[in-house]
Design a protein around this ligand. Structure first.
Ligand code: KIV
Ligand code: ZN
Length: 514
């Protein structure tokens, strides 16, 4: 069996998904979960793209010790220097440096001749190698590059010290057969290829990212890059959970091993989905809500007689709990703490108290508190910063009658500690509430998206709201959950606004052009 390293780029390529904007605490929480999932390499961000990204990469590098941490850099000395500052405290720092190699990118984007691209790549790999023990070099748009040009540049960057050669299908253009053939060609024609690992990195524009990644693995790649839930630029990246489960279920065809702990997949998927606000489609392979549901009578009958008739993956394999009904009104602090630990949460004592209070409040209104409910309240508490000054909701009231204009009255405390209160109308209850909040906060707000869903089933289910907005010109997203949809909406609104205080630079700077 050949071992394949899993390179996760959820926090870099995944975070480049339109509208996704994670704060540092959320990134750290995802990083901790990726460590539990057993990824070998974690791309924590693009340190030179913004101060926020730099700080998040540095925090992750200082916290995560069981996998190699990497950051992206363009082929410039300043990007490499900034990346080193962010990554130097990692247990195993690694640089991911890239430059485009396709004719179209070299001519129109870089405006460089192929020889200049070779020279820049070689010089920057050699420069990076003075500090980083591991340097991954990526040929951006490799799948549309000339094969002999790739052979030439790869040979030289390996001589300059690159330890991993990544050949991305940047625009999701290639097919499995073509992509596999490219790796075979490189293995057969690059004389020093044995000195480096080969890596694949696929985008899903034509829906072939996972199939292309598997074809690459069959053709000698020993590192596969992707994201959780397949999030990423445009149509996204290859879904790591799908690749890992395909390798596991079809061992007969794919004699490869990975270090992924498959039963951590569902939790990782839930965390990424909740923090990014990118819902997992119900029919998504491996992690979708319906992935293990059998609807038709014929299928149900078959599964009851023998699960193997229609079930190739068991829910347990990927950590989907078969019975998630848990605590209720009479559960005590001890049972609560134990449950949290089972779910992979470790909260500081003051946050544990807060979580227990929130749980008790929920049990007053909701008969059965499920894992999903707990996950929702706990992730909010875990990633709430206590130190940052922010807007806080004191009280609100919304009046709605079918014949009258909805009116909201809201009281807030501002970041300066002042209490403010006002009322506004709107064409609906949510609009009235948002108009009032907007009038109270001093920031300039434009709401661009509003999404309401329920957490789990039942008429007493928690409501969860995700919003996207610009606050003082910066794009931010926010989320809020509560039993009442209006309260969840108000929380999501303020959560988005407060992100500007939490991390001033989180999205003000556009990620540098790739
Ligand atoms: O898709 C791509 O080409 C990339 C590179 C920066 C590796 O994300
Ligand atoms: Zn990419």
């Amino acid at each position: 069996m050949v071992h394949v390293n899993i390179f996760d780029t959820t926090l870099r390529d995944g975070e480049q998904s339109p509208g996704v904007n994670l704060n540092q605490l959320e990134k750290l929480e995802i990083a901790r979960q990726l460590e539990r999932l057993g990824v070998d390499i974690m791309e924590a961000g693009f340190p030179a793209s913004s101060q926020g990204d730099f700080e998040a990469v540095r925090a992750i590098a200082r916290t995560i010790k069981n996998c190699s941490i990497t950051g992206l850099a363009r082929a410039t000395k300043s990007d490499i220097d900034i990346a080193w500052d962010a990554l130097k405290d990692a247990a195993e720092p690694r640089l991911h440096i890239f430059i485009a190699t396709s004719p179209i990118h070299m001519q129109y984007k870089l405006m460089k001749k192929p020889e200049e691209v070779v020279q820049t790549a070689v010089d920057m790999v050699a420069y990076a190698k003075q500090r980083f023990p591991h340097v991954e070099w990526s040929a951006e748009d490799a799948s549309r590059s000339d094969l002999d040009f790739l052979v030439q540049i790869i040979t030289k960057v390996i001589d300059a010290g690159a330890t991993v050669i990544n050949l991305p299908d940047t625009v999701g253009y290639t097919t499995p057969e073509e992509y596999g053939r490219m790796f075979r060609y490189i293995r057969e024609h690059v004389p020093n290829i044995h000195k480096a690992d080969l890596s694949c990195h696929c985008h899903d524009d034509l829906g072939m990212a996972v199939a292309n990644s598997l074809a690459a693995i069959e053709n000698g790649v020993t590192q596969v890059e992707g994201t959780i839930n397949g999030i990423g630029e445009r149509a996204g990246n290859a879904s790591l959970e799908e690749i890992a489960v395909a390798l596991n279920i079809r061992k007969d065809k794919y004699p490869f091993t990975t270090n992924l702990v498959l039963k951590e997949i569902k939790r990782t998927s839930d965390l990424v989905s909740r923090f990014t606000g990118m819902k997992v489609p119900p029919n998504k392979a491996v992690v979708g809500k319906n992935a293990f549901a059998h609807e038709s009578g014929i299928h149900q009958d078959g599964v009851l007689k023998n699960a193997l008739t229609y079930e190739i993956i068991t829910p347990e394999l990927v950590g989907v709990a078969s019975n998630d009904l848990i605590l209720g009104k009479h559960s005590g602090r001890h049972a609560f703490k134990e449950k949290l630990e089972q779910m992979g949460f470790s909260l500081a004592p003051e946050k544990l108290n807060e979580a227990f209070q929130a749980f008790k409040q929920l049990t007053d209104r909701k008969k059965e508190v499920t894992d999903e409910d707990l996950f929702t309240i706990l992730t909010d508490i875990q990633t709430a910063s206590v130190e940052v000054k922010k807007y806080e909701l004191v009280a609100f009231q919304v009046q709605y009658a079918s014949a009258n204009l909805p009116t909201a009255t809201v009281a807030l405390t501002t970041p300066d500690g002042e209490r403010v209160e006002t009322a506004r109308t709107g064409s609906g209850s949510v609009e009235a509430l948002f108009n009032t909040l907007e009038a109270l906060v001093k920031e300039e707000i434009h709401l661009t998206d509003f999404n309401l869903s329920s957490v789990g089933k039942g008429r007493d289910a928690l409501a969860e709201v995700h919003v996207k907005m610009t606050v003082n010109g910066a794009q931010v997203s926010g989320r809020g959950s509560a039993q009442d949809v209006l309260k969840a909406s108000a929380k999501a609104f303020l959560n988005a606004v407060n992100r500007v205080f939490f991390n001033q630079n989180a999205t003000v700077t556009e990620p540098a052009a790739l």
